[in-house]
Design a protein around this ligand. Structure first.
Ligand code: SAM
Ligand code: SF4
Length: 329
């Protein structure tokens, strides 16, 4: 029998985001500083077996139906293919959010291990702008990684892009045209206050409405027919379809009421929300010999503290201590 991961507002989490590492080989300037961060020490990071045990508890006891691996950069995790394979064996959907660096080497192995699809980040298709944002001149490698993922059948491949004022905010249409030409589904994400440097400002953020207006100058966007459900993106048909574009208005039109997500950090903390200020320590439970039932119980209790919304607009809003890269985006 499974116990649903329900909160006090009637939402049930079935989508588990698992961060496999807080490390990254890019330095996107809206995510982390040029020098990187103080990475988690190895002994605090869950082992592959510990991760798979927690995922198994989530699936077998708590109704998790979909597992997305993220980070930091999940491709940096040595045991990734094995973790994917063992998760796939549990009978759930598996996906990966990645910057696609190095994916040209691992895409086929990941597909063979049962990975269903990937989401990849690409904020510009101009090499100079890409290098300015990520502080690494690696656009070519990202593009090669995406091609390899497509060839391995890891589709539909969704691309995530963040627009930054004064850097790439004039490139929305160009990114969309490129994505359509290459057979990728592009989604723009509003920049959120989750950067390690705490540089985010509401005033500087490029809003979903601005993105829509910019795209509409070059494409006819019409609401896509299917209901959105718990998906964060508002989806539009481009020039009558079949191509689509998504806009994720996390800040200006929050979708917290439909949230079905729960997060596990690389050091074994359950977070009931990206913006949660509290975490529940499953690693301590695991390492002190707790049974699967006891861990499941702790996880269920962690969900009861989930707030109704992220509250970015509240005067009392406080950015969480962990940046996005250490939570798992
Ligand atoms: N490294 C992988 C990647 O970039 O796809 C996975 C982790 S990354 C934290 C996941 C997603 O979060 C990326 O699409 C990235 O663009 C996005 N992201 C990071 N910081 C963000 C922020 N402050 N606001 C909005 N999205 C952000
Ligand atoms: Fe790395 Fe992803 Fe953050 Fe960019 S957004 S620095 S690729 S974790």
């Amino acid at each position: 029998m499974t116990t649903p991961l329900a909160d006090r507002f009637g939402r049930v989490a079935t989508d588990l985001r698992v961060s496999l590492t807080d490390r990254c080989n890019l330095r996107c300037n809206y995510c982390m500083p040029a020098e990187g961060l103080d990475w988690l020490p190895t002994e605090q990071t869950l082992t592959d077996d510990e991760i798979v045990r927690l995922i198994t508890i989530g699936v077998k006891r708590l109704g998790i139906r979909e597992v997305r691996f993220t980070g930091g950069e999940p491709l940096l995790r040595r045991g990734l293919v094995d973790i994917v394979s063992r998760t796939h064996a549990l009978g759930v959907e598996t996906s990966l959010t990645t910057n696609a660096l190095g994916l040209s080497r691992t895409a086929q192995a990941l597909a063979d291990a049962g990975l269903d699809r990937i989401n990849a980040s690409i904020d510009s298709v101009r090499p100079e702008t890409f290098a300015t944002i990520t502080r690494r001149d690696r656009l070519k490698d990202v593009v090669a990684g995406l091609e390899a993922a497509k060839a391995a059948g890891l589709g539909p491949i969704k691309l995530n892009a963040v627009l930054l004022r004064g850097t790439n905010d004039d490139q929305a249409a160009e990114l969309l045209r490129w994505s359509i030409e290459h057979g990728y589904e592009l989604r723009f994400i509003e920049q959120m206050p989750l950067d390690a440097q705490h540089d985010w400002s509401r005033a500087a953020m490029v809003t979903a409405d601005e993105i829509f207006d910019q795209l509409s100058a070059e494409f006819a966007l019409t609401p896509h027919g299917e209901p959105r459900g718990s998906a964060p993106a508002e989806l539009f048909d481009v020039d009558g379809g079949p191509a689509t574009v998504g806009i994720i208005a996390s800040v200006t039109r929050p979708f917290c009421g439909d949230c079905d997500r729960v997060r596990l950090t690389a050091d074994g903390q359950v977070r009931n929300c990206l913006f949660a200020r509290e975490e529940s320590d499953l690693r301590a439970a695991l390492r002190s010999g707790a049974t699967d039932g006891e861990i499941a119980e702790r996880w269920v209790i962690a969900m009861l503290g989930k707030r109704a919304g992220h509250g970015i607009d509240d005067v009392t809003f406080l950015q969480p201590d962990r940046p996005m890269s250490a939570i798992g985006g």
